[in-house]
Design a protein around this ligand. Sequence first.
Ligand SMILES: [Mn+2]
Length: 323
Amino acid sequence: MWDEVKAVIDSNQSFVISSHVNPDGDSIGSALGVCECLKALGKDAVVVMNDAIPDAYTWLDPDGDILAPATEADIGRLGSMDVVVIVDANGWDRLGRLRKPLEESAAAKVVIDHHPYNELIAPVSVIETKASSTAELVYDLIDSMGAPLTARAADALYTGILTDTVSFRFARNAPCAHITAAKLLTSGVDPSRVYDQVYNHNTGARTRLMGRALMNLQFTGCGRVAWLSVTRAMIEETGALSSDTSGFVDVTMTIAGVEIGIIFVEAKDGTVQISLRSRPEIDVNQVAVGLGGGGHKNAAGAVFHGTLAQAVETVTAAAVTAL
Ligand SMILES: [Mn+2]
């Protein structure tokens, strides 16, 4: 499976590794894993990302080696590298501002990913949709190359598996994700430390806003639909950011008997941002599509043009219908 990738690595010296916009734990972890492997093999390697590294992952890059968000100067340097390695993405349109310099560069192209695809963007592609995470694949690459696994690479790859499986909750190809995680633990990864670094980053303001939102918890559909609402006033009074509401809706799904969870957030522009969650057998994507939004079967969203009260009335009714 890795023969072609190995051949490209063996026959080149400089590598630029990148991934999708708004990098997450798996894209950052996989990119760092590849970068560390290449450096251990005596190669020149650099990771570049379109957007900044979220706070949850900056600990993986204490010296700021990752070029993120990429500056014009960074982008200017990319064209001269021998090889472009794209991890955790397989479409050029996922690369934001980095698309043009990377796609048009004369470099050899390699893709390592686990997302479904329509057509290959690189002649050398390892895309395994059954893998839990790209990090799991990168571990396999490092292992099969016999390259040293540095402590930093091990932390990075464990982070990728942890976050893409949502703490081993959704383990596609479950045995492999756990087996790879076990090997990473054997190599010295401290799971408590990684979890703490990745998940315990709340601010006091966000936590207070969550408290205010949870005090407004409401039910409909005989307790099968739970919803929260966050007003502009609540955000301003707590000193939180609108983006701090990310993840609040997941709390509704921890309630016994709830099959659909919804959060309504008043946006600055006067719209209402809606996020929906559901149990595996219930499709909230169709509810979101009906509102002009979309997403996945069990996690979807939409933007409502109207008041908070109108949004609640419309969307909770649609949710009850979807039960
Ligand atoms: Mn991934």
